[in-house]
Design a protein around this ligand. Structure first.
Ligand SMILES: *Cc1c(COP(=O)(O)O)cnc(C)c1O
Length: 381
């Protein structure tokens, strides 16, 4: 059964079956003992963190990770269960939120471990090891400090992890660097064991790590972008070689249809002028909803009625204009597809990313809070 969303000015539809499909595919690449700990940071890459995390819970995924303590608290307030790992730095003033909402904090370096230790209450943590990204984490060469964290009485060390920074690159340089990161990480684990410390749960892979280096699987894997059924750029698809399905569609209402005579302008700045008599539609979605302004002036299209309508003029904050001169069957109240499929046509997030000169992650994670997220069941088109 297809459940169509009937109200609203603009919204995001999340396809439940495709999400389940992607979970199955990612899990199938990993040993069954390796559990998915999906990244639902940045509002689940724009998809709606609460909706996605609850759906993950519903299909048996018991862990997820977020970037900030506030994101973790938001999930808990909305009934999300299981482990929630905060990947980023949490200010000491906010340590109580970790405790209040049963969140796991990343230890970003040794001095931070000491801050967490003197907070007073027991705090669950995963240690982050820097194996070459040079972002967060304790230097993998500094075993003395890593070991000292295990001596912090108030830290309950449940996990240890690293982040691969070149796993998307399958050329020799990227492969060598990734294997080197893996080697450095395993060396830390071996030294911990040699010194008698119980080895906590381990994890290294994000999406590209799972796709390109399934052999690096640990106790968890942290897929983000791939869970949402896309990769960062279209050119990575052949190499990844798995049939992921995008789960998000962005739709907007046609609020007006009007005629434009040859020579009349439309939109801000008199920049678009009709070169012949035209029919245009006003859509209630704009750049404040995350639609890039680089789609202006024909840089992008939407699917409406039975056709493809180019965006004309510049994308406004809350609205945009499209040319429907050649599409006969468009009227007020219709729904336009800004990202997604209609019949056998598709506008993909890759199309928007390429036009904007960025990766899909950025387009998706910038989708605005005004867009309501709705879960749909069935094959939608
Ligand atoms: C965002 C993030 C992920 C997920 O990355 P993807 O490339 O989207 O799969 C995993 N781990 C860490 C530490 C992250 O910051």
């Amino acid at each position: 059964m297809i459940k169509l969303y009937k109200e609203g000015r603009a919204w995001i539809e999340i396809n439940r079956e495709n999400l389940h499909h992607n979970i199955r595919i990612l899990q199938s690449l990993l040993p069954s003992e390796c559990h998915l700990m999906p990244a639902v940071k940045a509002n689940a890459y724009g998809h709606g963190a609460v909706l996605i995390a609850k759906e993950l819970n519903a299909c048996g995924v018991k862990s997820c990770c977020v970037a900030t303590v506030a994101e973790g608290a938001e999930l808990r307030k909305n009934g999300v269960e299981g482990e929630i790992l905060v990947l980023g730095y949490t200010h000491p003033e906010q340590f109580s939120i970790l405790e209040q909402y049963n969140l796991i904090q990343t230890v970003v370096d040794y001095s931070y471990a000491k801050l967490l230790d003197i907070y007073g209450a027991k705090v669950k943590v995963h240690l982050k090891i820097d194996t070459g990204m040079h972002r967060l984490g304790m230097d993998c060469e500094n075993m003395a400090e890593i070991i000292r964290v295990f001596g912090c009485n108030n830290l309950v060390v449940e996990g240890i992890y690293t982040h691969l920074c070149a796993s998307d690159d399958t050329a020799p340089r990227g492969r060598e660097y990734t294997y080197l990161q893996g080697k450095k990480f395993y060396r830390v684990l071996a030294q911990l064991e040699r010194n008698g410390y119980p080895c906590p749960k381990i994890h290294l892979q994000s999406s590209y790590g799972i796709l390109h280096y399934p052999e690096l699987a640990g106790d968890y894997a942290r897929p983000g972008i791939a869970l949402y059924g896309v990769l960062s750029s279209r050119r990575d698809l052949p190499q990844a070689g798995v049939p992921l399905s995008p789960i998000l569609s962005v739709k907007a209402r046609v609020v007006l249809v009007k005629s434009l005579s040859r020579g009349e302008s439309a939109g801000y700045g008199l920049q678009y002028v009709a070169d012949k008599d035209k029919k245009i539609a006003v859509l209630s979605i704009g750049y404040a909803d995350g639609i890039p302004r680089s789609l202006s002036f024909g840089g992008g299209n939407v699917l409406v009625g039975s056709g493809i309508a180019p965006i004309i003029g510049s994308v406004c904050m809350d609205q945009m204009l499209v040319d429907i001169t050649d599409i006969p069957d468009v009227s007020q109240g219709d729904v336009a597809v800004v990202i997604g499929r209609s019949g056998d046509r598709e506008i993909s997030v890759y199309d928007l990313a390429e036009q904007e000169g960025t990766i899909t992650n950025e387009i998706l994670s910038r989708l605005g809070n005004r867009l309501e997220r709705v879960l749909i069941s069935g094959i939608s088109d």
